[in-house]
Each structure stands twice: as structure tokens, then as C-alpha cells.
Design a protein around this ligand. Structure first.
Ligand SMILES: *[C@@H]1O[C@H](CO)[C@@H](O)[C@H](O)[C@H]1NC(C)=O
Ligand SMILES: *[C@@H]1O[C@H](CO)[C@@H](O)[C@H](O)[C@H]1NC(C)=O
Length: 448
């Protein structure tokens, strides 16, 4: 049997760029050489694989979805992950953990721990001085650190990848936010170890997105430097990155495409989650108002009702991105009382006014750190679910002074695809067309 070698023809559609992954030799056809990536967002994750003879692809989960909520429900005898855990959030709010990556590698006095407590008062957090980690006290018997919870999620991501690839997988590239410091990166590595994964690399998610963008546009990259800005507002945070693409001469392989991270700006708490929490607070106030004078408890003290309100707030935020108003509606919100209230986009924008004022700051930080001005930026590309909020786009468009914002890549999956490309490049089993990546270290180096 001979190894297949596929060459990319310049005329082919973008998706064929995936075929750039070539088989090295027959060895690659053995059973255990598939590699995976996990793009670990704070709300959801995307998993991608590449295996010999098959191009890189996004893994479908058990519900055949391309992304999986990062949620775990931990009971005495049972664990639920992904979509099943999401549906447990209302029945078992205390046992259902979300956004726990915000607690990775944190000391007790870290402001992110205080913020987590304020956002999710249903969870009891403790601190283990020996292991230097916060933990969730779910019941008197059940205690888990965020690292352990992430380990379970990574193990689950591996089982999704293995089911999809129909073979065992060990090697992975995992994305982390560019602003993660050493303690946070160590926590992710520790979680991966618990999941039995061999981490080929932790890649910054903005770099992974930029790599995917470059790999798909290899033929547009030449000796003239092109500067692209990626503005990524996800659920938990916002990162703005300036990337320069150009071909450079290498000793071994002649002219090769290269990406260089030139500047990064970020806001660690600006994102869709904070908008949803503002909406939840608004809805809770409306519900209390509707029952005023009935001497009933504040809905905020009922974790199940608050979980229902958060789910409705999430839906509302999405609907208000396309509509001027919408009726929030929850059957049996509390004490069998239904809830119904109209919310307009204008009201939503007022609730989040101070958040929208923060949209432009990461752009300015990125420009400063790259020592560039806006004229040098050819295109601004949107990444991340929260960039679908019209006000975010409006403010951003004004801040960057361009005619339009680029929405032309499959931005939601770019980081997972870039990371799996990197996994293939680092694995011995594949030979990929070189793409030089020059990343920048932006996180503070902590000396302990
Ligand atoms: C990882 O997941 C598998 C199922 O896919 C399970 O059998 C195993 O116990 C899990 N390991 C850990 C450490 O959770
Ligand atoms: C490089 O590519 C860009 C567009 O991809 C094009 O506008 C430019 O003319 C090219 N420059 C050279 C030197 O080929």
C-alpha cells in the first residue's frame, strides 16, 4: 500500500485547503495516530480532529452539534456533561458548574473569585491552602477544584473525539486565552493530565484563529505585509489582536507564509455573560415588581428561579440582536407563578451602556502594543458570539473607522481548526505545509 499524497491546487475552494495535511508514510495508517484540538471557551467548547487520510474536521457531539456547552453536573453517583448538564442546570443549580475556568489558578483574594461569588451566589466556594486552589463545596461529601472539573470536561472532550474518530486519541493542542498567566496555564496542563491527554501545545486562542485564517488564505499571502485585526468578544472576555501576514525566506524551504502577532489588547470580564447577567437582574426586578405587596420572597434568593432567568436572559440577548423588542416568558418561574415581560433592545442597551463604553479599549491597547495606527490595518474581522450584538458592532465600527467589519470567516470554528492544524504539524504522523507562527508573550510573568 502506498501513502496518499494530496496536493492543493490553487484554484480549489477554501475548504480544500484542509487537504494541506499530507500523509507522511504508511506508518501514519496505524490505529492511534489521530490528534485532536479543544477550543476551550468559557461558555462552550469546539473539538476538532485530524486522522490519517482524512482532512481536519470539527467533531460532532452526541447531539450532532458542532459545539458543546462547558457545563458539568456533579452528583454523588452521576455526572452529566455538555447538553445533558445544561438541561440539569435548572433542576440542580447547586450541582451544575459553569464558567469555572474563571477560577483556574486563582488565590482566594483574587478579584475574579469575588466576581464569581457575586455572579453565582448558589455556589459555595472554599480555599485549600495546601493545594493553593479554590474549590466548589457541592455537598458535605462532594468537593471539587476547578482544575478537577476542567479535567472531567477535557476527558469528556476526548471521549467525543474518540467516538467521532473511531479510534483512541492521546495527543492534543488546547487553546487558552492569550491573557492567561503562568498559574492559569499550569492549571490547564494539570487538568489535561487528569484527563490522560498529552498536550502537544497550549496555543493562544487568538493565535489559533489567526493561523486558521492564514492557512485558508495561503495564496493571498505574498511578500507585502498585510495587517489584520481580529476582534474577539466571547462570553467571558474580549481580546483584540493585530496580526501581520507575509511570506518570508527560510533556509530549508524557500519562501513560506508567516503570521506574526504584533499587538494584543484585552478586557478579561467584558463579554456576553455580563450582558446576560444584567438582563437577568432586570428580569428578576420586573418579576419582584409584578408580585409586590404579596409578601413573597425575592426571586434572587431562589437558585432554580435564577437559573431559569439566566437561561431566558441568554435567549433574550440573542433575539434582541435581530429584533427591536421581545417578550420574555417563563412558565412557573417561582411558586408556580408564570412570568411575562416585554424587553426592548433600547432597554437592553441602557442596561449595558457602561459595557459598550469598554468595547474600544482593547483596540487602542492592541494598536499601542503593535505601535501601529488604524490606517495600517487592512481589515477588522469579528470573532466570538458576543460580536453579534448590534451595539457592539456599532461602537467597534466607529472605533476602527472602517467601512465595514469582516464577518467572512467561519469565525466560531477558526480557533479549533487552527489548533488542530498545529496539532498535525507537531505530531510525527502528519506532514503539513509549513506555516510559520511568531507568537508574542503578553501575559505577566509571575515569579513565585
Ligand atoms: C474519562 O471518560 C471515560 C469515558 O469516556 C470514563 O470511562 C473515565 O472514567 C473518565 N476518566 C476520568 C478520569 O474521569
Ligand atoms: C500581494 O497580495 C495582495 C492581495 O492579496 C495584492 O493586492 C498585492 O498586489 C500583492 N503584492 C504582490 C507584490 O504580489
Amino acid at each position: 500500500m502506498t501513502a496518499t499524497v494530496r496536493r492543493q491546487r490553487p484554484r480549489r475552494l477554501a475548504c480544500w485547503a484542509l487537504m494541506a495535511v499530507l500523509l507522511a508514510d504508511q506508518l501514519a495508517l496505524s490505529d492511534t495516530l489521530a490528534v485532536m484540538s479543544v477550543d476551550l471557551g468559557s461558555e462552550s467548547m469546539k473539538v476538532a480532529i485530524v486522522k490519517p487520510g482524512v482532512p481536519m474536521e470539527i467533531v460532532l457531539n452526541k447531539e450532532s452539534r458542532r459545539k458543546t456547552p462547558v457545563i458539568v453536573t456533579l452528583k454523588e453517583n452521576e455526572r452529566f456533561f455538555g447538553d445533558s448538564a445544561a438541561s440539569m442546570a435548572i433542576k440542580s443549580p447547586k450541582a451544575t458548574l459553569r464558567y469555572f475556568q474563571h477560577l483556574l489558578g486563582k488565590q482566594e483574594d483574587n478579584p475574579h473569585v469575588a466576581l464569581y461569588r457575586a455572579r453565582f451566589p448558589e455556589h459555595e466556594l472554599g480555599f485549600d491552602p495546601q493545594r493553593q486552589t479554590v474549590y466548589f463545596q457541592i455537598s458535605p461529601q462532594l468537593q471539587f477544584s476547578p482544575e478537577e472539573v476542567l479535567g472531567m470536561v477535557l476527558n469528556y472532550s476526548r471521549s467525543l473525539a474518540e467516538d467521532f474518530a473511531e479510534q483512541p486519541i492521546k495527543d492534543a493542542v488546547i487553546t487558552v486565552p492569550a491573557f492567561f498567566n503562568q498559574a492559569e496555564r499550569r492549571a490547564v496542563l494539570q487538568a489535561a493530565r487528569m484527563a490522560g491527554l498529552k498536550v502537544l501545545q497550549l496555543i493562544n486562542d487568538n493565535t489559533a484563529t489567526a493561523l486558521s485564517y492564514g492557512v485558508f488564505r495561503r495564496k493571498d499571502i505574498n511578500t507585502t505585509a498585510q495587517n489584520i485585526m481580529f476582534y474577539d468578544m466571547g462570553s467571558g472576555s474580549t481580546v483584540c489582536t493585530i496580526v501581520t501576514y507575509q511570506t518570508v525566506k527560510t533556509k530549508e524551504a524557500g519562501m513560506q507564509p508567516q503570521l506574526q502577532i504584533r499587538g494584543v489588547g484585552f478586557d478579561r470580564t467584558l463579554g456576553g455573560l455580563e450582558m446576560e447577567l444584567r438582563l437577568r437582574e432586570h428580569l428578576a426586578g420586573l418579576f419582584n415588581e409584578q408580585r409586590k405587596g404579596q409578601r413573597v420572597k425575592d426571586v434572587r434568593e431562589n437558585p432554580r428561579a435564577m437559573a431559569k432567568l439566566l437561561r431566558e436572559a441568554n435567549r433574550l440577548k440573542t433575539v434582541l440582536s435581530a429584533n427591536a423588542d421581545h417578550m420574555a416568558q417563563i412558565e412557573g418561574l417561582m411558586d408556580d407563578v408564570d412570568f411575562k415581560a416585554k424587553v426592548t433592545r433600547v432597554e437592553f442597551e441602557e442596561l449595558c451602556a457602561d459595557l459598550f463604553e469598554r468595547v474600544a479599549r482593547p483596540v487602542q491597547q492592541a494598536l499601542q502594543s503593535a505601535e501601529m495606527n488604524l490606517d495600517e490595518i487592512e481589515q477588522v474581522i469579528l470573532v466570538g458570539g458576543a460580536t453579534r450584538v448590534p451595539k457592539v458592532q456599532e461602537v467597534l465600527l466607529k472605533a476602527v473607522g472602517k467601512e465595514e467589519l469582516g464577518k467572512n470567516i467561519n469565525a466560531d470554528e477558526a480557533a479549533a481548526m487552527g489548533a488542530v492544524y498545529q496539532a498535525a504539524a507537531l505530531s510525527k504522523a502528519f506532514k503539513v505545509k509549513p506555516f510559520i507562527v511568531r507568537d508574542a508573550v503578553i501575559y505577566p510573568i509571575l515569579v513565585s
